[in-house]
Design a protein around this ligand. Sequence first.
Ligand code: PLP
Length: 431
Amino acid sequence: MTEMDRKGLSKMGARASDLPISWLMEKSLERPSIVSLAAGFTDNASLPVAFTREVVEQVLGNNLRGQKALQYGTTRGDDRLRSLISTQINSIDHETGATPISPAEIVITHGSQQFLYLFCEMMLDEGDVVIVEDPTYFVMLGLLENRGVEVRGVPINTQGVDIGALDQLLHSLKADGKISRLKFFYAVTYFQNPSGLTTPASNKLEVLDLLEKFESSAGHRLYYLEDAAYMHLGFMGHPMPTALSFEKHRGRIVFSSTFSKPYATGLRVGYGILPDDLVNPILFIKTNHDFGTSNFLQALMVTIIETGRYDQHLTVLRQRYADKCRMLDDAMRIHFPDWATWQVPDGGLYIWVQLPDHMDTSLNGAIFQAAFEKEVLYVPGGLCFARQPGAGDQNAHHRATLRLSYGGASEDAIRLGAQRLGDALKEFVPG
Ligand SMILES: Cc1ncc(COP(=O)(O)O)c(C=O)c1O
């Protein structure tokens, strides 16, 4: 698009740019011989086609029920589905003794991506500040940057968010007079995309306590946006408690999750859970968008959950991803040079790889080129880090990372992809 073409667009329209992941996806579709370990697709072989066919029959089998499903619904979403979601969340947090959440706090959206978008629209003006984990979900980074938001990153590790670094960042935002522009902290807390890390519940509490501490300086609530998109995909089963289990912080917790990853990405039914005072504002914005998520898809989800198919499918899926993850890890151990390191996740879809600091996995770098020539794709890790203001080019440690996914690739593709990438990496000698 030329400068001329962008004239007349809104600021957001003019700023919008395609995400590099779309380019990666196009490449793999154009050339079927390419093995993509880049896309965050889910496993094809286990997609519940037969289950879902039966459910469609069930929903449309009864005339009244069918008519209801094929009619517009409400903006907040199907009552029964919201009640089933509250039961799911309350059973995860049950042991903490927290007061159950109620269906009235839940809004159903078209995938959790729509919820993230609506939440940003409700909260953010150009020039506002959002803190994310470093690394983070790069689609969220794109969404924030596109809105003209200043995105600040805080490192994460196996213990969760680096609390010292977060404290320091909050102090520096206060000293720079920017704390009043800070709106929320965004965390992908289960088997994170891209790092595979899970945030311990105690770390969620420490972050919440810190946010609370800085609220008087900000002059408003500082929200903790917990993105639990992969919550149900732990290989061991039952998820750890959500941030919602910290009752004294309920007013500052916004929770987002989805049935995409644990059931079918093609259905795109997601949801958000919000403090009471945020429910109406987000519903007004959702009314402007679509005045309600597809009623038919919600009716399917209700039947899928009520008939026990959801839980049955999850059992299969967890085993499947555990097997695929092990397969990728085994192949990487065989083919990768010993200077590449990674930690095997215990859920989700991703393995995050660290190379020596001077190496560069960027799209326009020699490693990506070598991998591309050998017909394998990965996500350059640098795309997943917030660009620190004034820091110029990204820091080398970030550029030396990459994300691999065992979600969408078949078993053969996983083995072949790891071999090709290992061969490409071996062309480079660490200095
Ligand atoms: C961390 C995270 N959040 C949200 C989403 C959005 O998923 P969906 O809109 O399908 O629910 C994704 C998808 O990849 C994700 O990785």
